[in-house]
Design a protein around this ligand. Structure first.
Ligand code: AMP
Ligand code: MG
Length: 506
């Protein structure tokens, strides 16, 4: 279990050291970012520090919770070695190109080499205005900060590449959205904050030198082996296609809907980024959309792989000038690369489905079997997460009341499917226990359900009560553990608890 902040508050260390920042992005040319200082907030107060992550980063715990550490987490002041910058980027938002977005409410504090030797960005979100803020206040309300903390840490625990959350603090200031709300700052940890939109920013300015510098930086940081290739930039495109295909397949396998798959919210590293109006679906519905701003359903669950390809095509376009000097040839190579998405996606997606169903070998007819279950789930409004979690109880025969059927409007539809599934299982000589073990470590019991997140936010905003937040977080970072005393958290919402929409985290 994560240690609570309160426990750590005693025994202040005096010789604690600030993180050893080792910045690389801040040493790229000036047009990649703007330098930025502190934006003072009135009364920083810790909500929570992610101690296991702090340890992984090699950050001195004593320093992190010292006055200086909390000042950094609130954006009030930075250690000398930090070089705070706001990154420039562009992006397609809901299909419309915006040539300049940039970190309007975020600040890259600096980079740290973690205990396993990996370079990680430390970024504040909600730390105040920058030169990229346009009309915005640069701030974040406590609700979206808690959503990002819970969902990003749940994703990490599910084994899905993601940015992480190191800490959340209250600012003591009010931010104004539809209503006045407590302000907060989240510290995000990422392999980098380079997005497809970062490349687009330089592409639209026809700044080929910057595109090349950025590509070299991204290769050095994320895919160093590619530097030795004959065509490193084409290889970079192929690699980003591969990691994104894998990532989106993993989202699909847990029923995750990102909600704002704009090109500025898609990383080159392959980590999930930007938990705005995201949500896990309860009952299975391929057309499901949660985001209040996604009126056309552009980013609906089933559209996510197609949107990923669309975004990657924008990435490919941005790289054209450095892929080949002959632009017709560059286009041809880029199109070839984009075609590899589908196969990479299918591999990850189908492998994942087999595991979810407890199938070891690959057989003809498997995809039909999976598709038929999904069709029955959609028709019967079956809960996505629980259907797969409970499937392990059905291996040796119908599980009755504790089984999957109860999740279906018409249980017969599941029972009929299960007969075919068991027949398929019988064609493999695996022990039920072995199968169960794979299924229970693939199909989570706990996801951060939307109604739980809403309840957590309500308690924090209305009663300044963060205990529900702490409890939800502690449950979802152990998604595969039974945690019988927490079984309520596995349940779908009652009719009156259902959350129909989520709102962008601005
Ligand atoms: P996002 O919704 O996080 O993908 O943000 C899209 C763009 O809007 C980015 O350039 C953000 O920096 C900017 N933005 C979002 N919220 C704010 C805010 N409150 N103040 C300033 N800029 C913002
Ligand atoms: Mg964004």
């Amino acid at each position: 279990m994560a240690e609570s902040t309160a426990v750590r508050q005693s025994g202040r260390q005096t010789r604690a050291a600030a993180p050893a920042f080792d910045n690389s992005y801040a040493h790229l040319p000036d047009r990649f970012f703007t330098r930025s200082g502190a934006n003072t907030v009135s009364a920083p107060k810790l909500i929570r520090i992610n101690w296991p992550l702090a340890a992984e980063l090699g950050i001195d715990a004593g320093w992190l919770e010292s006055r200086e550490g909390i000042a950094m987490l609130a954006g009030n002041g930075f250690p000398a070695a930090a070089e705070p910058i706001a990154l420039a980027y562009a992006g397609h938002q809901f299909g419309n190109f915006v040539p300049q977005l940039g970190d309007g409410r975020a600040l890259l504090v600096g980079e740290i080499i973690d205990t396993s030797g990996k370079r990680r960005d430390l970024q504040l979100k909600g730390s105040g205005r920058t030169l990229f803020s346009r009309g915005g206040d640069g701030r974040a309300a406590v609700g979206p900060v808690m959503r990002e903390y819970v969902v990003s840490e749940a994703m990490a625990a599910l084994g899905i590449p993601t940015t992480r959350t190191l800490a959340a603090v209250l600012t003591g200031d009010t931010v104004y959205r539809e209503t006045p709300l407590p302000g907060a700052v989240l510290t995000r940890v990422a392999a980098s904050h380079i997005r497809i939109g970062t490349f687009q920013y330089f592409a639209v300015r026809q700044d080929v030198e910057a595109i090349r510098l950025l590509a070299d930086h991204a290769i050095g940081r994320h895919f160093p082996d590619l530097a030795k290739r004959d065509q490193p930039y084409l290889a970079l495109l192929e690699q980003v296609i591969a990691v994104q295909a894998d990532l989106v397949a993993r989202w699909m396998l847990v029923g995750f809907i990102h909600g704002v798959m704009n090109t500025d919210n898609m990383t080159i590293s392959g980590e999930t980024i930007d938990y705005g109006p995201c949500a896990f679906m309860d009952e299975y519905d391929p057309a499901k959309v949660f985001s209040s701003i996604d009126r056309q359903g552009r980013y609906a669950y089933a559209n996510q792989p197609g949107i990923a390809v669309w975004n990657l095509a924008r990435f490919a376009e941005s790289l054209l000038p450095i892929i080949h000097e002959d632009q017709d040839e560059a286009v041809r190579l880029a199109e070839e690369a984009l075609k590899t998405f589908q196969a990479a996606y299918d591999v990850a997606f189908h492998r994942g489905w087999r595991r979810k169903l407890g199938l070891f070998a690959e057989q003809e007819g498997d995809l039909q079997l999976i598709g038929d279950l999904l069709k029955a789930m959609a028709g019967n409004r079956a809960d996505f997460t629980l259907t797969f979690r409970r499937l392990a109880a059905e291996i040796e025969g119908p599980a009755g009341d504790s089984g999957v059927g109860r999740l279906f409007a018409d249980p017969k539809e599941f029972d009929e499917w299960a007969v075919r599934w068991r027949r398929r299982l019988a064609e493999e000589s695996k022990l039920p226990a072995e199968r169960r073990q794979v299924m229970l470590s693939t199909n989570p019991k706990y996801i951060p359900r939307n109604h739980r997140i809403e309840a957590v936010i309500k308690a924090a905003v209305e009663d300044a009560d963060f205990r529900p937040f702490e409890e939800l977080l502690d449950v979802v970072v152990r998604p595969f553990d039974e945690q019988p005393e927490r079984s309520d958290y596995a349940l779908p919402p009652r009719e009156d608890e259902r959350v129909l929409q989520t709102f962008c985290g601005t």
